[in-house]
Design a protein around this ligand. Structure first.
Ligand SMILES: Nc1ncnc2c1ncn2[C@@H]1O[C@H](COP(=O)(O)OP(=O)(O)OP(=O)(O)O)[C@@H](O)[C@H]1O
Ligand SMILES: CC(C)(CO)[C@@H](O)C(=O)NCCC(=O)O
Ligand SMILES: [K+]
Length: 244
């Protein structure tokens, strides 16, 4: 049994596989003492764990200790790389790139095998462009939608509102409308700029993942949704490493 883990800043996503077939998948909180409690009964049978993480080093170490204690198999952490089977990183300091971005891009590269844009709308939003020849052309890092809401709540004294996920784009006429419509408006701006970039760079399509994927699609982002793209890419890499 193989366990794949995408440990983000807020949440952890996991997938349990047997012979590359998905047995079960789910998510846990990074702040939980037992983030894998849903699969407690399986942990003793896991022969290998592959982890992609962007969490703080102390949280990574706590996750490592937690896994070592419960899983008999090897626990391996995977990071961004310079190159893998035709996909080439543009960062000169490759290790500074979030592992989730590399693994998401690799998942997209393996699925598409040609130029594409990858957008991960999670705690932060990342956008990465890959050319037909596999060159990472670069990307963008933006605050995520929940992060934007939170910063308005905590850093501005007179902005009181209840966030919602409705798509409404007309100019707001109350604080709540201004903030909520503003979030749709910024989502639309992201989607439109992505469409322009993809067209200009000649990329074939857009893959989207992350908790706010559907919100971007709701304002018209023309993308295929891959809810666990990071785990997909991580799984491909771990498989390649172990079958080499
Ligand atoms: N049930 C939910 N819990 C938390 N966020 C959610 C939920 N459903 C949708 N979201 C949206 O998903 C976004 C977070 O996405 P996602 O779950 O992919 O990130 P994350 O896993 O928290 O990020 P990271 O991988 O950095 O930990 C938030 O901006 C929020 O608006
Ligand atoms: C941007 C996030 C937080 C998105 O999860 C992650 O990919 C990260 O911590 N990246 C490190 C900085 C970088 O990718 O250049
Ligand atoms: K993420």
């Amino acid at each position: 049994m193989r366990l794949l883990i995408d440990a983000g800043n807020t949440r952890l996503k996991w997938r349990l596989e047997h012979d590359l077939t998905v047995i079960s998948q789910g998510r846990g909180s990074m702040s939980s003492d037992h983030p894998l409690s849903d699969i407690d009964q399986y942990l003793g049978t896991v022969s290998r764990v592959a982890v992609s993480t962007v969490a703080r080093e102390d949280l990574r170490m706590a996750l490592d200790a937690y896994l070592q204690e419960r899983v008999p198999g090897e626990v391996r952490f995977y990071w961004a790389e310079k190159e893998r089977l035709g996909l080439r990183n543009s960062y000169s300091n490759v290790s500074a790139m979030g592992a989730d971005r590399w693994h998401g891009m690799y998942g997209a590269w393996k699925k598409r095998g040609r130029g594409c844009a990858v957008i991960d709308a999670g705690s932060a939003i990342t956008i990465d462009y890959v050319s037909d020849s596999g060159n990472h052309l670069g990307g963008y890092i933006l605050p995520g939608l929940a992060m934007m809401f939170k910063s308005l709540k905590t850093d501005a004294a007179r902005i009181a509102f209840e966030p919602n996920h409705a798509v409404a784009l007309e100019p707001g006429q109350s604080t709540g409308e201004c903030v909520n419509h503003g979030m749709s408006w910024v989502s639309l701006a992201i989607a439109q700029q992505l469409h322009r970039d993809v067209e200009q760079l000649g990329l074939s399509d857009i893959l989207v993942t992350g908790g706010d994927a559907s919100r971007l699609q709701a304002v018209g982002l023309n993308a295929s949704e891959h809810p666990s793209l990071v785990l997909d890419g991580l799984g491909f890499i771990d498989h390649e490493v172990f079958s080499a």
